[in-house]
Design a protein around this ligand. Structure first.
Ligand code: SAH
Ligand code: SF4
Ligand code: F3S
Length: 460
């Protein structure tokens, strides 16, 4: 049963907008979860009469939605907060800091940036208007909930302001029950909670009615979706959910992120293959190719197992576009361990990779390991990995030359308005001389390939 915290003021009780005409500006750091939370925060502010400001300079309220996944995210935030202090000394301005770093470092923000009016966490985003009211009447406030206590606090249960009318994120789980030793996410996002399939399907239907053609299902480990639910003695599986979402009339494309390599099974690959709307795209985070590093990371698979799982999905979806995340320089990583990573990367032939230098996060087990590597060693390995992956990305894109692919238009390309930017079902961006409204499909023949983008012409 859901727990609803009684007596807690919520956006639903708000009847009359109190901030009409004021402007807000939100700067988002971090991943899709945060970007989706930002859309919800924007939706709440707009339900209170506010409008988006073109820039921070014009705003009456600035919200920073923070990330703390790596150390440089923290440093960026304090730099930005410093510049806002000067802005606040010139004119009336409210400043609020939310998100993962606020959840983790509430006191530090208060101590280092006393000019911040509101500090809120990842579990009480839906309370932002009430907290702003409090700041107006009583002064600065910090409110962090240790966990999500009601499904109302789930990001997708709130009103939304979406940047892209044709494409939307849909949260299926929040939090994470894994314990990867490098990762701060379980500490700042809490234990995993799944939304009920009926809530998810209702949201997808509503989105489609608003003109959405593509959804991306979001969760830290989508394969574990439903394990915490009990629907009359049954647990819904991610594979079931994919099939159900595929049945929503009018929806053209379904993506999801991320599946965990230790948990993906043939039922998910079969559901992907048998649901035409599910795109041929997989984000499959490797982290390392060394068995000993993977063990110390608590990832639950070996390099060989990872490749076997990838092969299993590819056998169901032969045209799969695959991306990954890799951490270079995990404590104790030897040259031989790193070589194993290069070998798995060469064998997996990812289309693209997000590569990170290991960053110790206070409070996580790996931050305590005493065999941390020097910056120079990590940088040198990172450069070698990036060069290998760039070569593979280029070869994968070159293999598409001359082929005709379905694109969904994202509107005019930002660099050259005479072209449109379109996305393939695999998620690759193609620039193409055509004019097609966002969300509409076209076919393009690929004429040139670079590691990170493609060019094409409309197919006749
Ligand atoms: N739930 C996702 C990952 C979310 S975090 C998954 O399991 O795949 C996104 C990525 O940030 C991770 O995949 C990892 O590659 C990277 N990352 C997380 N913690 C990190 C750290 N301490 N240092 C460097 N990179 C990190
Ligand atoms: Fe972090 Fe691991 Fe959970 Fe991903 S699965 S969010 S890397 S703990
Ligand atoms: Fe995402 Fe950063 Fe939080 S990666 S979950 S916004 S710590």
């Amino acid at each position: 049963m859901d727990t609803i915290a009684l007596g807690m003021p919520t956006y639903k009780e708000r009847r009359i907008p109190t901030r009409s005409g004021q402007q807000y500006f939100i700067r988002t750091f971090g991943c899709q979860m945060n970007e989706h939370d930002t859309e919800r925060i924007a939706g709440l502010l707009e339900s209170d009469g506010m409008e988006p400001a073109g820039s921070a300079d014009a705003a009456d309220l600035i919200i920073l939605n923070t990330c703390t996944i790596r150390e440089n995210a923290d440093q960026k935030l304090y730099g930005y907060l410093g510049s806002l202090r000067a802005l606040k000394s010139e004119r009336p301005l409210r400043i609020a800091v939310g998100g993962c770093m606020a959840q983790k470092d509430r006191e530090v923000i208060q101590d280092r940036a006393g000019w911040v009016d509101v500090v809120f966490g990842t579990h009480n985003t839906h309370r932002v208007l009430d907290l702003l009211d409090h700041a107006d009447e009583w002064g600065p406030i910090t409110e962090i909930w240790e966990e999500t206590t009601s499904t109302e606090a789930m990001p997708s249960a709130l009103p939304t302001h979406r940047e892209t009318p044709h494409s939307a994120w849909v949260t299926i789980t929040i939090g994470c029950n894994n314990s990867c030793t490098f990762c701060i996410v379980p500490y700042v996002r809490g234990a995993e909670i799944s939304r009920r399939p009926s809530d998810i399907i209702r949201e997808v239907r509503n989105l489609v009615a608003e003109g959405v053609r593509e959804v991306t299902l979001l969760g830290q480990n989508v394969n574990s979706y439903g394990r915490d639910l009990d629907l009359n003695g049954r647990k819904p599986l991610f594979a079931d959910l994919l099939r159900q979402v595929g049945q929503v009339e009018g929806l053209r494309r379904i993506r999801f992120t991320s599946p965990h390599p230790k948990d993906i099974r043939a039922d998910v690959a079969a559901a992907m293959a048998e649901t035409p709307e599910v795109c041929e795209q997989l984000h499959f985070p490797l982290q390392s190719g060394s068995d000993s590093v993977l063990r110390r990371m608590h990832r639950g698979y070996t390099g060989e197992r990872f490749l076997a799982r990838l092969e299993m999905v590819r056998s169901h979806m032969p045209d799969l576009t695959v991306s990954t995340d890799i951490i270079v320089g995990f404590p104790g990583e030897t040259e031989a361990d790193f070589q194993d990573t290069l070998d798995v990367v060469a064998a997996a032939r990812f289309d693209s990779a997000y590569m990170f230098q290991y960053s110790p996060r206070p409070g996580t087990p790996a931050a305590e390991y005493d065999d941390q590597l020097s910056k120079e060693v990590v940088q040198e390995r990172f450069d070698r990995l990036a060069a290998l992956q760039d070569q593979i990305s280029l070869e994968k894109n070159e293999a598409l030359l001359g082929s005709t692919l379905e694109l969904m238009s994202e509107g005019p390309s930002r660099k050259d308005a005479s072209r449109l930017a379109g996305r393939t079902r695999g998620g690759k961006v193609v620039h193409c001389e055509a004019s097609v409204p966002p969300g509409e499909e076209l076919f393009a023949t690929i004429t040139s390939a670079a590691p990170h983008h493609l060019m094409g012409v409309p197919a006749s």
